[in-house]
Design a protein around this ligand. Structure first.
Ligand SMILES: [Zn+2]
Length: 505
């Protein structure tokens, strides 16, 4: 009977597996064994919607969890409030467990605290507590197991160190890296030991920290990044993390040489765009977005320009860390977020359309436009959407004449589901290298101000590798929604009709 060993690594990138291939013998070995399968993430390309889609096989408009992290931590309250019951009981491991398979499930992101399965589930508590008072970026979380007695039975530690998703100050970068490395190795050793000691048909371990490492250290490691500082103490940090995962993978494959092994990620990682397209300015020029500025009050015009000047200064003098530290204080958090998102300068009531903030204040290449249905000025909603799609499709980079928008469509043409209203009315993706920005009264093309702070960004291309599998895949592409159904089919469990994901076998 088939056993499946699956390892999920947040933000593991297919291009970097190639770039570092000589230093990653185990990834390279599994890559050469695996059929070539191009994996792609969900929209928006963020960990939270992507992992829930991996767990459930549902598109994000169906499961409705499209929250995303941002560097200001401004959406943290919503994230803590995510209702686990949306997917508890309907994940791929729940389906395997319900079908009588023994499962061993370790640290699945968001799925805390662990719940009852046919086998063992291990997670972190949702509470966190700081260790030494002066180190505000480090946390320690309780480990919880279900069943509870499994902790003593397998000698699972009580708690585990981690970090917060915000960058530490420069003086703490070394300590920050050390904590993440130690944690990853410790989790890997625990997972390896449980894979040998526990009884399972389906094993799933998820690793979380690579995403944060790539966000903060991208510009220190990528010579192509315009903010690469030259030879520096952090230039190999990302590669070193890939090597830690490579070691862990090697140990798993040595311990389970015959077992079907799947390694996958929720999305990849790449340089965050350095240039932005000021979508709101496009809308303002078309008369669809109204600035608060008028003949009587020139304030928004001045505000936007002051903002640009202050962001330029922050960028020039590398004050980025300071800015996020300032934004941690509650009162200032919304101000810093507004600095990015212009909301103070836009008259939302009088506007017909404006750039959405649904994926957080991030200059990513994916974005959306909200239509103000209360103010269509006599036109129809669909006419306005058609006009917006035409307008965006035609956007051209003024200097090169290159198209700026890769694709643009109505939200219903992207996904269908009862939570589609959570998406902006129009969704789109810009071409590689360009991110969205909210500025008005500014040129069409601008600078991505938060690049230095979080120079790495999510990329739609993800990893899906499979070894020791006798079946041949029917296609060479997979969506992250297809991963659960694929695992279930390999376990001999019939896929559910009503979910979006389909097995590739
Ligand atoms: Zn992720």
């Amino acid at each position: 009977m088939n056993k499946i060993l699956s390892i999920g690594i947040d933000s593991l990138d297919p291009e970097l597996l190639l770039k570092y291939e000589v230093d990653l013998p185990n990834f390279t070995k599994i890559r050469k064994q695996s059929p070539v399968i191009h994996s792609s993430s969900v929209f928006p390309v963020d960990s939270i919607p992507a992992w829930v889609s991996i767990y459930t096989g549902l598109n994000p408009a169906k499961h409705g969890i499209i929250h995303s992290f941002d560097i200001f931590g401004s959406s943290w309250k919503d994230i803590v409030g995510i209702d686990v019951n949306v997917f508890k009981g309907s994940t791929f491991w729940d389906r395997a467990s319900d079908s009588g398979k023994k499962v061993c499930i370790l640290f699945p992101f968001l799925a805390d605290p662990p719940w009852e399965v046919n086998g063992l589930m291990v997670g972190r508590s949702t509470d966190e507590f700081h260790i030494p008072d002066e180190i505000t970026w480090m946390i320690r979380k309780d480990i919880t197991t279900c069943p509870a007695k499994a902790r003593a039975e397998y000698g699972i530690p009580d708690s585990i160190k981690g970090v917060k998703g915000r960058p530490p100050s420069k003086k703490d970068l070394d300590k920050y890296i050390d904590v993440l490395k130690a944690n990853t190795i410790e989790e890997g050793n625990l997972a390896l030991r449980l894979s040998k000691e526990a009884d399972w048909d389906l094993f799933f371990m998820m690793f979380s920290w690579l995403d944060i490492v790539q966000h903060f250290f991208w510009r220190y490691c990528d010579e192509e990044d315009p903010t690469y500082p030259g030879k520096n103490p952090y230039q190999n940090v990302i590669k070193e993390f890939y090597q830690i995962y490579d070691n862990i993978l090697g140990e798993f494959m040595e311990a389970h040489p015959e077992t079907t092994t799947i390694v996958f990620s929720d999305h990849g990682h790449a340089m965050r765009p350095v240039r932005t397209v000021n979508i709101n300015e496009v809308l303002r020029k078309k008369g669809l977005l109204k600035s608060r500025s008028g003949r009587i009050s020139p304030a928004p015009f001045i505000l936007e320009n002051l903002k640009r000047i202050s962001l330029d200064l922050i960028r020039k003098f590398e004050l980025d860390h300071l800015m996020v530290r300032v934004s941690k204080s509650k009162a200032l958090s919304s101000i810093s977020k507004d600095i990015y998102m212009s909301s103070a300068s836009i008259d939302l009531d009088r506007s017909m359309a404006y750039l959405s903030s649904f994926a957080g204040p991030k200059s990513y290449s994916h974005g959306g436009i909200e239509v103000n249905k209360g103010n269509l000025e006599g036109g129809s909603y669909e006419e306005l959407r058609t006009m917006l799609i035409d307008e965006l499709s035609g956007l051209i980079e003024p200097e090169t004449g290159q198209k700026l928008v890769k694709w643009v469509c109505r939200r219903e043409d992207l996904y269908q589901g009862q939570n589609i209203h959570l998406y902006p009315d129009i969704v789109f993706e810009l071409v590689e290298g360009y991110g969205v920005y909210w500025g008005i009264h500014t040129p069409l093309i601008g600078t991505a101000y938060e690049h230095k702070l979080a120079s790495g960004g999510h990329h739609r291309d993800a990893v899906f590798l499979i070894a020791n599998c006798t079946e041949q895949p029917k296609r060479d592409n997979i969506s992250v929604m297809d991963i659960g159904p694929t695992i279930l089919q390999l376990l001999g469990i019939k896929p559910e009709e009503e979910i979006d994901g389909k097995s590739i076998f």
